[in-house]
Each structure stands twice: as structure tokens, then as C-alpha cells.
Ligand binder design. Structure first.
Ligand SMILES: Nc1nc2c(c(=O)[nH]1)N[C@H]1C(S)=C(S)[C@@H](COP(=O)(O)O)O[C@H]1N2
Ligand SMILES: [Mo]
Length: 249
């Protein structure tokens, strides 16, 4: 890295910190202040929600500036927990059981080759492993080892429009989520097939889980059945219920 780039980075970080401070101030505004700033009637739930959503979208942009190029910490393989904790919006007894033999990953949106992919085809892609910390917003975290294809490799292989804004995911349990393209192309974002060196057990998302260690657990969809590339903001299951969409760690 050249000295010039270093000093630019320092300047940019300073600017980002200022923005972040403002974002923090803006996020901790009272309803009264929100009324003054946005001119919306706090007794009108819709306009309050619209204003708060606008603050959250703004927060997404600040997080994108702060986190997109950062690498998540990695750990020695010995740190990976074998009996990983299960989580979903329902109990373990209700996890989807997907038939791998007939499974096909559906593709749509801004992708050149939208033919569906079978598991043997996906398994034939170049794979890599990572030992990283999964952080759940509900207050627990755990280090695990996941194996799969770098998501960027897959996006390139299918001819995805890498200049599009979002990649969205649909899951067998009705869950859905989406990520910004920069995070989709991040070197640690993997479309995974394995946890702890073994094919994902049903509860961990068989056959496909997106592992994205730069984002919170709810941005790591399991039981992915379809994905799409789009410029239209797709939201997500928890994101549409109030969790911040960017979900950076
Ligand atoms: N399809 C689907 N994916 C999901 C969820 C879900 O309910 N459905 N929950 C998310 C949340 S909140 C977490 S913390 C992780 C948990 O993954 P794990 O069971 O492998 O620990 O899955 C994420 N992906
Ligand atoms: Mo979570």
C-alpha cells in the first residue's frame, strides 16, 4: 500500500468516524427531536416508521463504508466448536428436510445464466474453509468451521451482474434475506456445504447456508433454495421486522 493511499485512508476513516458519530446522535434522538427534524407527527405511526426506516437505511450506508473491506478475524481449527448451537425462528423439531437428490438451487434476476444448479454441480466448484465467529444478535456467539465455494466465484460463474446492488436469498422455511453486492463479493463470504468438515446436518441448513462472517447471524440464511440479483431493495425476514438491514458485526 502506498503512503498516499495510507493517508487517504486515514482521512476517509476520520470522515467516516464523524459520520458515525452523527449517525449515533441521530439514532439516539428522542421522539420530540425526531418530530422537529423530520417534521413528522409522532402520533402518526406510519410517518414515525418511515422516518425511522430512513435513519436505518442511512445507517446501512455508514456501515457499508465502515465494514465492507474489513476482514473478520479467523481462528485456529482447534477453536471451532463441533456441536454448534442451533437457531432459527422456530424449534429444532420443525427444521426443513431437503432431499439432496432432487434439490436444485433456483436463480433469477440480473444473472446471465439462470439455469438451476444441482448439488453435484455445486460440489464440483472450488472450495475453501474458514474458522470464524458466528455472532447472533440474540446474545450468543460461537466459533465454527465452514466449507464451501467463495460466493464471488459462484456469482462470476453464473454471470451475475456484479454492479447490481443486492443479492437476495429465499429459504425452504419461508425465511428470506439479502445482502449488498460488496459484501457478496467479500473474500470471506462463502456458499457453504459443510460445518465441522461434515455435510451440513439438516438443522444447520442442508444443503446450503450462506456464511458471511462480517455480518450478524440473521444475515446467514440456511436451507437456501433460490437466489437472485437485483437493484430493488429486497429486505429480509428479521430485517422487515425491525433489525437493521446491513447487519454488520
Ligand atoms: N432459513 C433460515 N436461516 C436462518 C435463520 C432462520 O430462522 N431460517 N435464522 C438465522 C439466525 S438468527 C441465526 S443466529 C443462524 C443460526 O445458524 P445455526 O443454527 O447454524 O447456528 O441462522 C440464521 N439463518
Ligand atoms: Mo441469530
Amino acid at each position: 500500500m502506498s503512503g498516499l493511499k495510507d493517508s487517504k485512508d486515514v482521512l476517509r476513516q476520520g470522515a467516516v468516524r464523524t459520520i458515525e458519530r452523527r449517525a449515533f446522535l441521530k439514532q439516539s434522538l428522542s421522539l420530540g427531536a425526531l418530530t422537529l427534524l423530520t417534521g413528522c407527527d409522532v402520533t402518526d405511526q406510519d410517518s414515525v416508521q418511515t422516518a425511522l426506516n430512513a435513519v436505518s437505511r442511512w445507517n446501512d450506508r455508514v456501515q457499508a463504508a465502515l465494514f465492507t473491506h474489513r476482514l473478520a478475524p479467523t481462528y485456529p481449527e482447534s477453536a471451532a466448536v463441533k456441536d454448534f448451537r442451533y437457531n432459527a425462528y422456530y424449534g429444532e423439531d420443525a427444521v426443513p428436510k431437503i432431499d439432496g437428490a432432487s434439490f436444485k438451487l433456483g436463480l433469477s434476476g440480473l444473472i446471465d445464466n439462470r439455469r438451476p444448479w444441482t448439488l453435484p454441480e455445486l460440489y464440483a466448484l472450488p472450495q475453501t474453509s474458514q474458522v470464524t465467529r458466528h455472532v447472533c444478535v440474540e446474545g450468543w456467539s460461537m466459533i465454527g468451521k465452514w466449507t464451501g465455494v467463495p460466493f464471488r466465484t459462484f456469482l462470476e460463474r453464473i454471470g451475475a451482474d456484479l454492479s447490481a446492488k443486492y443479492v437476495g436469498f429465499e429459504c425452504a422455511d419461508g425465511y428470506y434475506s439479502s445482502i449488498d453486492m460488496a459484501s457478496a463479493l467479500h473474500p470471506q463470504t462463502l456458499l457453504t456445504f459443510k460445518i465441522s468438515n461434515e455435510i451440513l446436518a439438516p438443522k444447520y441448513g442442508y444443503p446450503l447456508k450462506l456464511r458471511i462472517p462480517t455480518k450478524l447471524g440473521f444475515k446467514n440464511p440456511k436451507w437456501i433454495t433460490a437466489m437472485y440479483v437485483t437493484n430493488r431493495f429486497p429486505g429480509g425476514f428479521w430485517e422487515d421486522r425491525g433489525y437493521n438491514w446491513f447487519g454488520g458485526i
